[in-house]
Design a protein around this ligand. Structure first.
Ligand code: ZN
Length: 454
């Protein structure tokens, strides 16, 4: 594996020019040298390198219906009417279809500048709800798609057991998701034996939500999985908060904090509806808040208490969730813009005077993404994976900028994709905005979508 040389790079201590990154045989960073000439044999990139961001929340199959729920229905449209559209599209999806959709999504994910994905994967069973011969069939397809694209994946098999608080039986539309405790244990055991040693896969679990997993089952499942990330949908919808209050007398975040003491292993997806006390407690817990601003906007969920949470040092990262948009730029921009629109001020999340807003957003998302995905990355430093994104500093938007102004240009100016190259574990997977399998993956996706939606 050749060493990598960049005209400039954002290191933990700040921007540096002429940066040589020495790698070991697995694509880990052994040493970082600055102000050095490019040695013979090193691969040279004439751009600005930054550590990649992990996309910490994905439902890959939902890429198939992105943009399909934008015509108004008979009454008031909400998250719940969108979910009906999504369930109907799922009814027809075979393992081959799922892999075709996921491969396209994961390729787009890389090209947008993400260098890992956490797949919150709940499409487990056959179309009639029966088990596949291998209960991990669909999980294998997620990994196969990620490997086709060259994207590291954190597989988070979802435990979905009930349709509402109090163990309400699942609906017919949920038949492809449902597990009891034993079935879920068999699935995770199968995944451990298949991928436990893989360098491009991390394994965790995803109890779907407090409404879909009764509390005793949640406690047993956590106890049975003492390692790896734990992701959960926590407080996306007001109705969810109201239902949780009616059932338990507690709000969802309050309930989770009280009963399950989330720590650094946890990622709280859509921690949208929180009281100030909940914001402070989650910020102090070490858990990552998994924010999906474009999906949350698209579904009319609400806006996260970003200014307060970030001000208290809370950890967070971003995910493209429903994949209505697959772009770290758009999700980071919308997080800041939501904070501006609700506060009436600018540079709300910059973190203090005379600081680059984009630098703060990017560095927080790098760190939170690494923590929630379990991949040792998120900074350019010895010991970590060389998962990197190279910005096109010759693009007119960036050509006259240096340092943090490049990040501000990347995140806030225009809609051109300024990510030129993407490197995963030291290997170039996107070069000059092209993925080597791009045409074949896109053709298979198009064919699949025509049939699924036809
Ligand atoms: Zn989700």
């Amino acid at each position: 594996m050749s060493n990598l040389f960049f005209a400039s790079a954002l290191l933990p201590q700040g921007w540096a020019d002429n940066v040589l990154i020495r790698l070991d045989g697995r694509g880990r960073i052994v040493a970082v040298e600055t102000g050095a000439p490019c040695p013979p044999g090193a691969e040279r990139f004439d751009g600005a390198a930054v550590a990649g961001i992990a996309n910490l929340h994905s439902h890959a199959h939902q890429r198939a219906i992105a943009g399909m729920g934008e015509s108004s229905g008979e009454g008031t449209d909400s998250f719940w009417s969108w979910r009906d559209v999504m369930y109907r599209a799922l009814d027809r999806m075979t393992p081959d279809d799922f892999q075709a959709v996921a491969a396209q999504l994961y390729m787009e994910t890389l090209k947008a500048g993400f260098t890992a994905v956490a797949e919150f994967h709940y499409l487990h069973h056959d179309r009639d709800g029966s088990r596949y011969a291998d209960p991990a069939e669909m999980s294998h397809r997620a990994v196969a798609a990620a490997r086709e694209a060259g994207l590291p994946i954190t597989l988070l098999p979802v435990l979905y057991n009930a349709s509402g608080f109090g163990g309400t039986p699942p609906t017919a539309g949920q038949r492809r998701f449902v597990h009891d405790g034993d079935g879920f244990a068999r699935l995770t055991e199968r995944l451990r034996s298949a991928y436990g040693d893989a360098d491009d896969v991390r394994l965790g679990i995803a109890p779907h939500s407090l409404r879909a997993v009764p509390d005793g089952l949640l406690a047993d499942t956590i106890a049975a999985h003492p390692e790896g990330p734990i992701h959960i949908h926590i407080a996306e919808q007001r109705k969810e908060v109201e239902d949780c209050l009616a059932f338990s007398g507690r709000r969802p975040v309050e309930w989770l904090l009280e009963r399950h003491a989330p720590d650094g292993r946890w990622c709280l997806i859509h921690a949208t509806h929180m009281t100030e006390a909940e914001v402070a407690a989650v910020a102090a817990s070490g858990a990552v808040a998994g924010l999906c601003p474009t999906t949350e906007a698209n579904l009319g969920d609400g806006f996260f208490a970003a200014e307060s949470y970030l001000g208290q040092g809370g950890r967070w990262g971003i995910g493209s969730d429903s994949h209505i948009s697959v772009s770290p730029v758009e999700d980071l921009r919308w997080l800041e813009y939501g904070a501006r629109l609700t506060s009436g001020r600018r540079t709300v999340l910059a973190g203090g005077p005379r600081r680059s807003t984009a630098r703060r957003l990017v560095e927080d998302a790098q760190a939170g993404g690494a923590q929630a995905s379990g991949f040792e990355s998120g900074r350019i430093a010895p010991g970590l994976r060389a998962d990197l994104v190279v910005l096109d500093t010759h693009h007119p938007l960036l050509a006259a900028r240096s340092g943090d102004a490049r990040l501000d240009g990347w995140i806030f100016a225009g809609n051109a994709n300024l990510v030129r190259d993407v490197i995963v574990a030291g290997r170039v997977v996107v070069r000059d905005r092209r993925h080597p399998q791009e045409d074949a993956i896109a053709e298979r996706f198009t064919h699949t979508i025509r049939r699924l939606l036809g």
